[in-house]
Design a protein around this ligand. Structure first.
Ligand SMILES: N[C@@H](CCC(=O)N[C@@H](CS)C(=O)NCC(=O)O)C(=O)O
Length: 298
């Protein structure tokens, strides 16, 4: 398994957005006990007055105070939405962890009104999705500016840099570099844990969760991977949500036990409104993983 080089210097704390607005804006971050702002300074398209309504993408939903009413799932019998009508659309499946990454990013940037969610039934896919929207026939995909793009890790960066809302990736060079490394580690992390899920031993998962604990120890200006909440947390959390449910139920294994940073990270992530709204019932994850990875046990 790929290991992380954890030898970067502690980074500088961002100070430029230290006012009440920036605390209140994004997904309930203000409820954390940390004194320092936990989102990165706002770049180009947004500023600290976002909460006052001056930035159009920001709605009451962005603060987490309004729970979004989720649209119904479209299947093979459903008509397509108005494709390429100029409204940005995020095609997802409610149960897909890759799609969840982009959905969380959209929520955390307060883009609920700017990017329309289009949930697809992957088991009974509408034919127009492959034919007219995304020839790869996978989710997530994002329709924006008359183009459709895919790949969750590319999409979270794209949404972060192209749309309005608070920046979810740091400018600090050390944090940036470590963030890139952590983003490229997500695949190895997933593969290692799945190897343990399929096998009888937890050796690979143990090592992968230890890497997470080590990574979370690197910056001390907040409980998240890069200290402050970022795309890195968003990239990992859908998988941790599933692993935690499955390991606890099926392997009687608490993935955060003996890993205090990881335990705090999970606790703090669960307070983030933009993520909370995307979570599924743990029982659903357990059943899905059993079907996919342990079919002989059924
Ligand atoms: N590498 C892609 C993976 C996306 C993916 O595998 N999505 C699954 C749902 S979780 C999918 O659409 N599967 C349908 C298929 O493969 O036909 C990403 O990161 O976006």
């Amino acid at each position: 398994m790929a290991t992380l080089n954890l030898s970067y210097h502690h980074s500088i704390i961002h100070n430029s957005c230290r006012n009440l607005d920036s605390y209140n804006f994004c997904p309930k971050l203000g409820s954390l006990s940390f004194k320092k702002p936990l989102i990165f300074p706002r770049k180009k398209l947004h500023n600290c007055s976002a909460i006052s309504g001056k930035v159009p993408a920001v709605s009451a939903m962005a603060s987490g105070s309004v729970k979004e009413v989720l649209p119904p799932v479209l299947d093979s019998s459903s008509d397509p939405p108005a494709i390429f009508d100029g409204t940005p659309k995020l095609y997802i499946s409610y149960s897909c962890p890759y799609a969840q990454r982009v959905w969380i990013t959209r929520n955390c940037k307060g883009l609920q009104d700017a990017i329309k969610l289009v949930p697809i039934d992957l088991k009974n896919r509408p034919p127009w999705y492959k034919e007219k929207v995304y020839s790869e026939n996978k989710v997530p995909s994002l329709e924006h500016n008359n183009e459709v793009k895919g790949e969750s890790l590319d999409l979270i960066r794209y949404v972060d840099t192209t749309f309005e809302g608070p920046s979810l990736f740091p400018d600090d060079p050390d944090k940036k570099e470590f963030g890139e490394e952590l983003l490229s580690f997500t695949g190895s992390f997933y593969n290692a844990v799945i190897t343990s899920i399929k096998g009888n031993k937890t050796t690979e998962a143990d090592a992968a969760f230890e890497e997470i604990e080590k990574a979370l120890s690197k910056f001390d200006d907040g409980p998240f991977f890069l200290g402050q909440f970022s795309l890195v947390d968003i990239a990992y959390v859908p998988f941790v949500e599933r692993f935690q449910a499955f390991f606890s139920e099926v392997k009687n294994y608490d993935i955060t036990k003996g890993r205090p940073k990881f335990a705090v990270w999970v606790e703090e992530m669960n307070k983030i409104e933009g993520y909370k709204q995307t979570k599924r019932d743990p029982k659903e994850h357990i059943e899905s993983y059993k079907n996919r990875f342990l079919p002989s046990s059924l």
